[in-house]
Design a protein around this ligand. Structure first.
Ligand SMILES: [Zn+2]
Length: 316
């Protein structure tokens, strides 16, 4: 079968009936998604930041698995994983943990208000920096930020919040006629993160517990719990891991993510020990091998400031 195309994402076939939708750098998906045929039903894992991109995800799902009823799973509450929920017909069930549903309901209205107030200036700032920047890596990061802000701004007038209508606690097993799917509740990137695990294929859709070639965002979770979740997933012996952001990865990317958190924790602890103020986080060089990862200025500095706060609270 020909794989459908979209300017927002690239579909990658991982196994028969299992596809990763990898966000294009210039498209309005922003996060990655998954399409998994369980036999007679298809699970769509995460729905992007923009309803326009999600419409194409729905179209691609119908094309790839035309006979199947669709179910959606939201990995966690962040805007870039849930705002496409609204394009799925009302008879499509949307599943998440009970915590994720509560977080979407409580946080989204505030987040949208904040975005409306702050994003126009953020776009203008990023664009003016873009005009002056010479460094190719920084240019790429800035261009990506502009696309991210525009995806949010342009979707605001169309947004209607669609909450998950089925919630669960603990593992959820789907015994499909074609394959078994496990939804594993973990924590660390946020208070509630779901990993979609395919035991027979040794594939996992990781949500934002994994970023590949891109700085993760640590500040809405817990680094300790994140590291524990990565160790747990490491024991599954996975072959293919689809991150929330970045290209499809492998099990070694789990250890890299673990090392990333650990090495930033060390930098933050040393800053506290040496009496450096948190606002000097931007003076710290990005350690190797993470210096080649995307979003170094924005996420790296925010992560260090967050870990600094944690380290100084532990120390006091
Ligand atoms: Zn996230």
């Amino acid at each position: 079968m020909r794989i459908p195309e979209s300017k927002h994402f690239q579909l990658q076939r991982l196994a028969d009936g299992v596809y990763a939708a990898i966000a294009s750098e210039r498209g309005y998906a922003i996060c990655n998604a998954g399409i998994v045929d369980t036999g007679g039903r298809t699970i769509v894992f995460d729905t992007f930041i923009s309803p326009d991109a999600a419409k194409e995800l729905l179209r691609a799902t119908k094309r790839l698995t035309p006979q199947n009823a669709i179910r959606v799973v939201n990995s966690h509450y962040h805007n870039d994983h849930i705002r496409g929920n609204q394009v799925f017909p009302s008879d499509v069930d949307i599943l998440s943990t009970a915590t994720t549903r509560e977080e979407i309901a409580h946080k989204e209205p505030e987040v949208i208000k904040w975005e409306k107030r702050n994003i126009p200036k953020a776009i203008a700032d990023a664009k003016s920096k873009l005009n002056l920047e010479k460094d190719p890596k920084r240019l790429r990061d800035l261009a990506f930020s502009v696309v991210y802000y525009k995806a949010i701004m342009e979707s605001h007038p169309k947004l209607r919040m669609r909450l998950p209508n089925i919630t669960f606690k603990g593992n959820l097993m789907i015994h499909g006629t074609r394959r078994e799917v496990q939804l594993l509740p973990l924590t660390g990137h946020t208070a509630s993160d779901i990993v979609l695990y395919l035991p027979d294929e040794r594939i996992a859709f990781m949500g934002d517990l994994l970023f590949v070639n891109m700085h993760p965002y640590l500040a809405s979770g817990s680094p300790e719990r994140w590291k524990k979740s990565l160790s747990k997933i490491g024991k599954l012996g996975l072959q293919t891991l689809v991150p929330g952001h970045g290209p499809v990865g492998q099990s070694s990317d789990l250890s890299l993510m673990f090392q990333y958190i650990q090495s930033l924790e060390t930098i933050a602890r040393n800053m506290v020990k040496m009496g450096m103020p948190a606002k000097e986080a931007h003076l710290q060089p990005v350690p190797q091998p993470f210096d080649t990862w995307m979003m170094s200025e924005d996420h790296f500095i925010a992560n260090l400031e967050f870990l600094y706060k944690e380290a100084s609270q532990k120390g006091s």
